[in-house]
Design a protein. Structure first.
Length: 255
């Protein structure tokens, strides 16, 4: 059994290039916290049932060392896909790369795990898009999973209720960002992972059409990038907070 865990490398501090309207990718980066929640669930299944955990990321090569930290948590493999043609990708173009990576390099996967969203994007759309690309069911806001007799039992939050599902086939899950459990370095893994190396793949391996990846394949149009300097006093957001925030946002956008 194989679990692919999407593991995004995000900047420690999110800053935008207002000319190119893109996020500045500095050397100060880290693994997305919400993805560490997903990784923790995968590691738990590994310890109980011996499943193979494969961390997957699309990022510049300068983050290889940071990405290799997944071995300290217990990942068995780490796959980094990087190519200049992948740069400035939105969720659609990113799905094209990651989806094809899974299809071509891990076709026998069982589950795809990831966080609800990344700290540099907050779109929360990637796992759902990827599930559609791979033609597998998708569940978001997952709070717990249990594996029994090749059946994955899933609990997820839906507004004010908890829903439960049982899935026997391949599935993609995004885990609630409100959970407190995250993958932590394990001393045994730290001292035993020295033979493990990050696997690096480029478009020479994937052979994807340049019109479908990176900026060329992105469908999102960024009209403008600006800092939201809200000046609404805190005491005004104690009641009807959603309405107050909406009005404040409207004011900032219309300036």
């Amino acid at each position: 059994m194989k679990i692919v865990v999407l593991t995004k490398i995000v900047p420690v501090r999110v800053e935008f290039d207002k000319t190119s309207k893109t996020i500045i990718r500095s050397k100060e980066a880290m693994i997305n916290k919400n993805d560490l929640i997903a990784l923790d669930f995968a590691i738990q299944l590994k310890r109980k049932y011996g499943v193979e955990v494969i961390a997957l990321t699309m990022s510049p090569l300068i983050y290889e060392q940071i990405f290799s930290e997944v071995f300290d948590f217990g990942a068995d493999r780490a796959m980094l896909v990087s190519d200049r043609s992948f740069a400035n990708a939105d969720v659609f173009a990113t799905t094209e790369v990651l989806g094809n990576t899974i299809k071509k390099l891990v076709p026998d996967f069982d589950y795809v795990f990831g966080g609800n969203f990344s700290s540099d994007g907050f779109t929360g759309q990637l796992i759902g898009e990827l599930a559609s690309f791979l033609s597998v069911p998708f569940f978001s806001n997952v709070t717990n999973i249990e594996l029994a007799d090749s059946t994955l039992n899933i609990k997820r939050e839906n507004d004010n209720s908890i829903e439960e599902f049982s899935v026997k086939d391949k599935v993609a899950l995004s885990f609630s960002h409100l959970l407190s459990n995250v993958a932590l370095p394990n001393l045994y893994e730290i001292f035993s992972e020295k033979s493990k190396k990050v696997e690096i793949y480029s478009n020479e391996n994937l052979c994807l059409d340049n019109s479908c990846i990176g900026e060329n394949g992105s469908k999102t149009i960024v009209e403008d990038v600006f800092e939201l300097g809200m000046t609404v006093p805190e005491n005004l957001i104690q009641h009807d907070g959603d309405k107050v925030i909406i009005e404040a946002l409207k004011g900032e956008v219309l300036k």
